[in-house]
Design a protein around this ligand. Sequence first.
Ligand code: C5P
Length: 240
Amino acid sequence: IEKKDLLYKGKAKEMFTTNDPDIMWVHYMDQVTAFNGKKKVQMQGKGQTNCEISSLIFTDLAKHGIENHFIKQLDANNQLVKRVKIIPLETVVRNFASGSFEKRYGVEHLMAFEKPVTEFFYKSDELDDPFINDFDAEALNVATEDQMKKIRDIALKVNDRLKEIFSEMNVDLVDFKVEFGMTSDGQLILADEISPDSCRLIDRTTKKSLDKDVFRKGLGALVPVYKELLGRLEKVEDVQ
Ligand code: C5P
């Protein structure tokens, strides 16, 4: 497969077209950003750890019946994925209160939820990704009622499996963000990435963050933390 034109450059990934119209080439950059790009740093090795973590997780989810855009990892920083039209929603699932939830509702940090909380944010850099509900999403033609229902359903299945994986790594899954897209034949599938950039993860013993909060809060070097997480993930028996 041949890499062609740069179609889109995001904050952590570049997407290229290929000679196959249904396949995209994803390059994970050695760059980390936070606060909607206001904090941005180049970091050697960061692209590789995220690419590997995301590849392992997507492969595992597919094995567990959760279809997604991942096709294969090409090398350290590059993947092939199915081309989809991204639905401009960030779907967040939370098991413990943190981040914007904690701030919005003024609740105790890491308050445990009896059942997972699903939230949506409208993907818009200009508007700073505002909170959005199903009705708003429908009114704005962001997604249909049927798509919203499927998205909730898949996001909760992802949560169930991720909790199992991280549990085996002695890690609590606090929350995570996923994105969905439509394939050329009209199928709604999980897309984007699942990595410590898009999850909050806390070591059950040390209570330390193993995710991008280390960067957001300036708690130390990020890449060693991501490498530690990847090392643990590689040891999970049926994640291969
Ligand atoms: O900031 P907030 O608490 O809403 O984030 C919830 C989860 O979604 C966190 O795991 C965070 O890393 C992820 N997220 C993301 N990209 C964003 C916003 C949040 O991956 N633009």
